[in-house]
Design a protein around this ligand. Structure first.
Ligand code: FAD
Length: 395
C-alpha cells in the first residue's frame, strides 16, 4: 500500500472556511486525504471576506523582516501562475513625501533587492504619468510588483479545485467541541445551523484554521493557543482614484495604503487589539482619520462619494499588549505537543497573500507526523475558476 493510499484512510477535518481553510482543503485533498471543511457562517465571512485586498509583493515588510518579504514575493509569482483569475497585477507605487521618507527610501530599496523584489526608483513626473491623482508634492516614488487580490474569488478557486477532487464543504456548521480519547483526536461535535441539529463527525486529524477565532476553537480542544486578534478599519470610496496600489514610503503604520478594488478605492487600515472578533464596532473617529490620511497620498480622496467603512481582525500569532504592531506578520503552525491532543493542529498569523504557503506548511507537518511521504504540488497546479465551485455544488 502506497502513502497516497494510506492517506485515503485518514479523515481530516478543517475548521474555518476563510482563505487559509480553503487552501488547506485543496492541498490535503490533492495529497490524497479525505477532507471535510466546516464553516460556521457563509464562506469567507470571517477576515478573508473583509480584508484590504492587497497582493503583497513583500516590499512593505522588506525593511522589518526580509524573510516575510521573500515569502510574499514567491507567493505572488505562484499565485499569478495558479490563480490568475483572482488577481489584478496592477503594480504599486511607494511615495516619498518627506525628508524622513527620503532617508527610509535607501533602506527600502536595499531590503527589497535583498528579498528578491524588483524595485525601481522613478521621478515624480513619471509617477504622475502612471497615476495622475497622486500627491504632486511627492519627492519621488518606487515601483514594485504589488497587486490586487479578489478576496472572495481566490478562496473559491481553492474550494472549487478541492471539491472537484472529492472534498466536502459544510457551510453554517460550527465546530463546538473537539473530541479526544486517550490524548488523541477522535472527531468533532458540530452544530448545523441549517438543520438546527448537532452531529458528531469522526476525524483522525483536526486543523484549526479559524483565523481570529483560532484561540476559541483551540480552547474547545483543551489547548491554550497564543493568538492576538488585531482589529483594523478600512474606508472605501466609489470610483477607482488609482489603478495601482499607492503606499506611503515609510515603516508600516496606520492609514498608509490605498488599494483599488473593482470599482472602489480603499484606504486602510488602523489597528487595535480586540478580545472579541464578533463584537467589533467601527470607531467613528477612524473613518475621518483614514480619509484625511488618504488625502495625503491622493489629494481629493475624501471628496469622493463615501461607499463603506468596516472592520476586520487579523489573527496575529503570539500575544502582545499595545495593538499588535510589534507582532510578526509571519505565520505559525502549532502542532501537537506534550499538552494538546495528538492530531490537533492550528495555523495562525500570515496574510491572504501567503495562504497557499500556510496550507502547504501545515500539510507538510501532518504528513511528517503520520510518516507519509507525499510532497505538496499546489505551487504547480493551476486552480479551477471560482465559478466552478457553484456550478459543481448545484450539479
Ligand atoms: C484590516 C485588515 C487588512 C488586511 N489586508 C490584507 C491585505 O491587503 N493583503 C493580505 O494579504 N492580507 C491582508 N490581511 C490579512 C488577511 O485578511 C488574513 O490573514 C486572512 O484573511 C486570514 O484568513 P483565515 O482564513 O486565516 O481567517 P478567516 O478568514 O477569519 O477565516 C476563519 C473562519 O473560521 C470560521 N470559524 C470560526 N470559528 C469556527 C468554528 N467554531 N466552527 C467553524 N468555523 C469557524 C469563521 O467564521 C471564519 O470564516 C488583512 C487583515 C486585516 C484585519
Amino acid at each position: 500500500m502506497g502513502d497516497r493510499d494510506r492517506a485515503r484512510d485518514v479523515h481530516v477535518v478543517i475548521v474555518g472556511g476563510g482563505g487559509t481553510g480553503a487552501a488547506l482543503l485543496h492541498d490535503l485533498t490533492q495529497r490524497g486525504f479525505r477532507c471535510t471543511l466546516f464553516e460556521r457562517g457563509e464562506l469567507t465571512s470571517g477576515t478573508t471576506g473583509r480584508h484590504h485586498g492587497q497582493l503583497h509583493s513583500g516590499a512593505r515588510y522588506a525593511v522589518g523582516d526580509v524573510e516575510i518579504a521573500r515569502e510574499c514575493a514567491q507567493e505572488v509569482t505562484i499565485l499569478r501562475r495558479i490563480a490568475a483569475d483572482s488577481i489584478e497585477m496592477n503594480y504599486g507605487l511607494f511615495l516619498a513625501l518627506s525628508d524622513e521618507d527620503e532617508v527610509y527610501g535607501d533602506a527600502f530599496a536595499a531590503a527589497c533587492e535583498a528579498a528578491g523584489i524588483p524595485v525601481r526608483r522613478i521621478a515624480v513626473d513619471e509617477a504622475l504619468r502612471y497615476e495622475p491623482r497622486i500627491n504632486p508634492r511627492a519627492r519621488f516614488a518606487y515601483v514594485v510588483p504589488d497587486g490586487t487580490i479578489d478576496a472572495y474569488r481566490l478562496p473559491l478557486q481553492f474550494l472549487a479545485s478541492a471539491t472537484a477532487h472529492g472534498a466536502s464543504v459544510r457551510r453554517f456548521c460550527e465546530v463546538t467541541r473537539v473530541d479526544t480519547t486517550q490524548g488523541a483526536v477522535t472527531g468533532v461535535c458540530v452544530f448545523d445551523y441549517t438543520r438546527h441539529d448537532e452531529e458528531i463527525c469522526p476525524a483522525d486529524v483536526v486543523i484549526n484554521a479559524a483565523g481570529p477565532w483560532a484561540g476559541q476553537v483551540a480552547r474547545r480542544a483543551g489547548v491554550d493557543l497564543p493568538v492576538t486578534p488585531a482589529a483594523g478599519t478600512m474606508v472605501a470610496v466609489r470610483g477607482r482614484i488609482c489603478n495601482m496600489v499607492v503606499s506611503h514610503l515609510h515603516p508600516p503604520g496606520d492609514g498608509d495604503i490605498i488599494v483599488p478594488q473593482r470599482g472602489l478605492s480603499i484606504i486602510g487600515s488602523t489597528q487595535w487589539e480586540t478580545d472579541d472578533p464578533d463584537g467589533m464596532v467601527t470607531p467613528e473617529g477612524d473613518i475621518e482619520w483614514l480619509r484625511m490620511r488618504a488625502d495625503e497620498l491622493l489629494p481629493g480622496f475624501s471628496d469622493e462619494p463615501f461607499h463603506a467603512a468596516w472592520t476586520a481582525a487579523r489573527p496575529l500569532a503570539g500575544r502582545s499588549a499595545g495593538g499588535g504592531r510589534a507582532l510578526s506578520r509571519g505565520f505559525t503552525v502549532v502542532a501537537p505537543s506534550g499538552e494538546g491532543p495528538h492530531g490537533f493542529y492550528s495555523v495562525v498569523g500570515g496574510k491572504a497573500t501567503t495562504l497557499r504557503a500556510m496550507a502547504q506548511a501545515v500539510a507538510d507537518r501532518v504528513c511528517h507526523d503520520l510518516r507519509l511521504d507525499i510532497p505538496g504540488r499546489t505551487h504547480a497546479t493551476p486552480l479551477l475558476v471560482h465559478r466552478e465551485y457553484f456550478r459543481r455544488s448545484i450539479a
